[in-house]
Design a protein around this ligand. Structure first.
Ligand code: HEC
Ligand code: HEC
Length: 580
């Protein structure tokens, strides 16, 4: 396919767009509308040098196209990549990074604008629905997440030109099944009769409605951005941070992160992280390098000290007071493996972060519990540690500033429910629960997805986990007082999800290991399958728990979740937007 032809096509849109812009500027405008069209002057000599041959500056330093939009680092990166791949801009990687940094910092999103869409940069697979306008949602979320749209703010002309860009590069959008098969075309037959409500018909094409909506709701100039761009400071994040996280299949992690400012470049940092997987005691150290965009968007890349091929990306939101950052660290061909993290700045006082166990059973003695934290007392006495009603500390086994190991006894009649953990004068609310029996079992996620791969495309894995539950003080399942007892070790298996007669998916889709990690089979047609089909299918993932702690100890608890094993992502609609 030729890349040049669609480019010319778009250049026509580009020039025509400028003509529209000139026309509207000349017409009478309210002051507010004039301000919205003002454009953001570009002060970077590098941007002017590298982009100025095609994007001319006017007498106010505003460059065509560039000055009329704001975007997240990921969207700026995508645009810069497109300039290189489709518009043949010659850029070395260092210049590309500097341009990306300048544009994200000076024409970025305010924290309030970014907060609702952080899941996109964090690469979470969630179902997001944009409810503010149905036409816009239908028209703009069939290929990419609506978050990509919410990652930008533009003038009216720039929203129009964006549509021109889509049509130029992807002529197929005109025939997409959205809007009842109209795609991006504006060729709906005109209605002349009034509607049933007697009002004149709204003959705007859904695309025009969408453009009106985008222009109104996502304008270039907003109070949020005006305030943030003036208030923003280079973040001073150096120091010690406590990290609390949760990884699917492994459960909670606790540890600390030392952040060091990297003297070689502003807003750049190196980190050293040490954390413990609470359930297993496994200890992991990682190092990373990160850059903070727009004063609050942490984008890092790190490896574990055990070496190997395990680069993880770090996407975090730095809160405005610089005492917390949160987000997701992730890896995998589809970014499917990750830890949800929250970092809190450590001051000189003690903090309790969590415990090695999620739950304690009544009527038990000598149970080992480790308490994770920072600046914990050097030689605590049993009396300094509290776990609430019915739980007695029988021995302090060891103590370090980041971890205290104790043995506990739980009275047979201890009330069930959440317990706070206190050490000296510091307390972690609802750190664990006390329970009497296991009432239920749950497999999470309730609906998982994997993609076959390994030949041409990479595999997408799916981790499942099993969580035990207690019905809580009311004794009824699925009510607000149910207690989550944490991850439990179960027997995993796959069962046929009968979608078609004589279904045989289970023989082909892949394997589930002893830890609940599903690895799909290879991609491509399989001659051993009827119809030479790919190794795709629908199956049940089943967990079985035989435990003496179960309320009905005579029969094992069972729970299941659905797993869809599908084809690879052949079209990279979502190319790597890592900001690297
Ligand atoms: C060789 C000419 C050329 C150079 C150099 C160039 N661009 Fe572009 N740019 C274009 C063309 C053509 C379009 C319209 C088609 C498109 O959007 O890809 C465009 C469109 C854009 C847009 C609007 C995209 C959108 O999403 O609607 C932005 C922003 C942009 N360029 C930024 C840059 C930046 C930043 C640089 C410097 C790194 C740059 N351009 C360098 C040719 C160029
Ligand atoms: C047919 C699939 C498709 C539909 C429908 C679609 N998009 Fe896109 N969109 C894409 C692709 C592909 C890209 C990536 C372009 C690139 O960088 O090469 C993209 C990129 C974007 C970008 C980033 C632009 C940039 O400069 O990188 C924005 C913003 C966007 N789309 C908004 C929209 C809006 C608004 C709508 C609805 C009016 C929409 N999209 C509908 C496929 C689609």
């Amino acid at each position: 396919m030729s890349e040049r032809k669609p480019m010319q096509h778009t250049l026509i849109g580009f020039v025509a767009g400028l003509a529209i812009f000139a026309a509207t500027s000349a017409s009478a405008q309210t002051p507010a509308a004039a301000a919205a069209n003002d454009g953001l002057p570009v002060q970077s000599d590098l941007v002017k040098a590298k982009c100025g041959s095609c994007h001319r500056s006017d007498d106010k330093g505003r460059m065509s196209r560039i000055s009329y939009r704001r975007a997240t680092p990921e969207n700026w990166e995508r645009t810069i990549k497109r300039m290189v791949t489709l518009n043949h801009v010659n850029l070395d990687p260092a210049d590309a990074r500097s341009i990306l940094k300048y544009l994200a910092d000076h024409q970025g999103l305010a924290p309030e604008e970014d907060r609702p869409i952080t899941f996109d940069a964090e690469r979470r697979t969630i179902e997001y629905s944009y409810t503010a306008d149905k036409d816009t949602s239908d028209t703009c979320s069939s290929c990419h997440s609506f978050a990509r749209v919410l990652s930008e703010r533009r003038t009216k002309e720039e929203w129009d030109l964006l549509v021109a860009m889509h049509r130029g590069y992807y002529p197929l959008v005109d025939n997409q099944p959205m809007n009842g098969g109209q795609g991006f075309r504006r060729t709906r037959p005109m209605q002349t009769e009034p509607g049933v409500d007697g009002r004149p018909p709204d003959n705007r094409h859904p695309m025009d409605k969408a453009l009106d909506h985008l222009t109104k709701t996502l304008p270039l100039v907003t109070p949020e951005w005006s305030a943030w761009s003036a208030a923003m400071q280079a973040p001073k994040l150096a120091g010690r941070w406590a990290i609390v996280g949760s990884q699917a299949g492994k459960g909670p992690i606790y540890g600390s992160v030392t952040v060091t400012a990297d003297a070689s470049a502003p807003d750049s940092f190196t980190t050293e992280t040490k954390y413990t997987v609470a359930r297993t005691g496994e200890s992991i150290t990682r190092t990373s390098k990160a850059l903070v965009y727009t004063g609050y968007q942490w984008r890092g890349r790190g490896t574990s000290s055990s070496g190997g091929n395990d680069t993880w990306r770090e996407v975090m939101f730095v809160e405005r007071d610089w005492t917390q950052m949160w987000g997701r660290w992730f890896t995998g061909a589809y970014d499917e493996t990750g830890i949800d993290v929250k970092l809190t700045r450590v001051t000189t006082g003690p903090v309790v972060l969590g415990t090695s166990v999620a739950s304690l059973k009544t009527g038990t003695t000598g149970q080992a519990v480790r308490i994770f934290g920072a600046n914990l007392p050097a030689s605590p006495q049993a009396a300094d540690i509290g776990l609430g009603a019915g739980v007695t500390i029988t021995r302090v086994v060891s103590a370090r500033p980041d971890e205290i190991a104790v043995d506990v006894t739980v009275a047979a009649g201890a009330p069930i429910g959440p317990r706070d953990v206190s050490v000296g004068g510091t307390l972690k609310a609802a750190a664990l629960v006390v329970y009497d029996k296991i009432d239920g079992l749950k497999v999470l996620p309730m609906a998982g997805m994997a993609r076959v791969g390994g030949n041409v495309f990479p595999k997408q894995l799916q981790q499942f986990e099993a969580v035990a539950t207690n019905n809580g003080p009311d004794g009824k399942p699925d009510t607000a007082d149910d207690l989550n007892l944490g991850l439990v070790t179960v027997k995993w298996s796959l069962e046929e999800y009968t979608a078609t007669f004589g279904d045989d998916d289970i023989q082909f889709v892949g394997t589930l290991d002893a830890n609940g990690l599903f690895t799909p089979n290879v991609d491509g047609p399989n001659p051993k399958r009827s119809g030479n089909r790919n190794n795709v299918g629908d199956v049940w993932v089943v967990a079985e728990l035989a435990s003496p702690d179960a309320r009905q100890a005579d029969r094992p608890l069972r729970a299941r979740a659905q797993l869809l094993v599908t084809v690879p992502l052949y079209m990279a609609w979502f190319e790597d937007g890592s900001g690297k």
